[in-house]
Design a protein around this ligand. Sequence first.
Ligand code: V47
Length: 390
Amino acid sequence: MTPTLESLRLGDPALAPVADRVLAGERLDRDDALVAATTTDLLGVGRLANLVRERLHGDATFFNINRHLNPTNVCVASCALCAFSVPFRRAAEGWTYSVEEAVRVAERDVDETVTELHIVGGLHPKLTVDYWEALFRALRERFPRVHMKALTMVELDFIAGASRIGLDELLERLKAAGLGSCPGGGAEIFASRVRDLICDHKTGGERWLEVARCVHGHGLKSNCTMLYGHVETPAERVDHLLALRALQDETGGFQCFIPLAFHPENTRLAHLPPTGGRLDLQTMALARLVLDNIPHVKAYWIMLGEKIAQVAQHFGADDLDGTVVDERITRAAGGKAGRGMARARLESLIREARRIPVERDTLYRPVGREELSSPDREAPRRAAPGPAGP
Ligand code: V47
């Protein structure tokens, strides 16, 4: 059935012009986005985002089998938002793996089902390009079929500076060593008012975008994020998304957007409350509606919790991320997700949310596993029948 303004049952008249544009497949402008960010009609904005999500991906929800690897937590930036890092002057209290140690840590959990290593860490002044090249080469030799999604825009910027080379040279050397794509972290909120409060020592918003432009120019795909639920305003959220959309119009290099719910525990912002379900779901919907040129929106279950990540599959999200073995950044800030999730559990969460699980690799190509193949995988647009559901 083709949806109409009436069938959307909007509870806020201000959403009507936004709905008109969504129904017509038109781009939202800043005013529309502000309405979507601030309306009290959560279900209305969710229905609009779900419409867009189903147009793009039907009932499919993507996931992957991945493992996180943090080669160091030593960091010269001391961001108020972070509970993960230890300062360089207290490096002995943290960890910095040699290449051999990092490979050994990865070996603990990488079996033949893993398709991705997600590699990020602190800004360690001694870990220059030579270290990262050696690490990627060693990991590629040990796990030749595993994609390395590594180094945020902030880390790339820092490593180029610490190595006294330009970004172009850095990216070419890392690509040759095995870098496959880049994760989306470190973007936080681009507004300098906010960055001064939560991450004042780190790459600025403009520079983050410039590095992403350069990454895409070198033929690498990347993801992008927004950290919300701290000191930012709805307008600052909207402007962050609009900046990502503008860059994507230019480069087409972003594959996926991930809204990251701020976890305050053990940070210098511990006095702030954690995000609630309303903000989590409204931010997801807002992102799906504004980012009309970024194919995927991810509900990162590690930060949202399993239940909100499931419901988010009806508020614009089409991805849950993955098995995420050994995640440490959110755990340090009070995250309760544990050491990861089994593939079967991920699939059953997706089915219980009345979506169809589709395993993907980092570049969103479907992963065929003969021994696990199910009729759902062949027909990801049909709703899966299930015993219980919303
Ligand atoms: O860069 C740091 C954020 C990011 C906290 O690209 C915090 O596929 C919440 O970027 N509370 C790391 N967030 C996570 C990340 C990510 C995760 C999953 C998939 C992908 C991807 C990227 O988390 C950091 C920072 O922006 N962060 N501290 C905190 N206390």
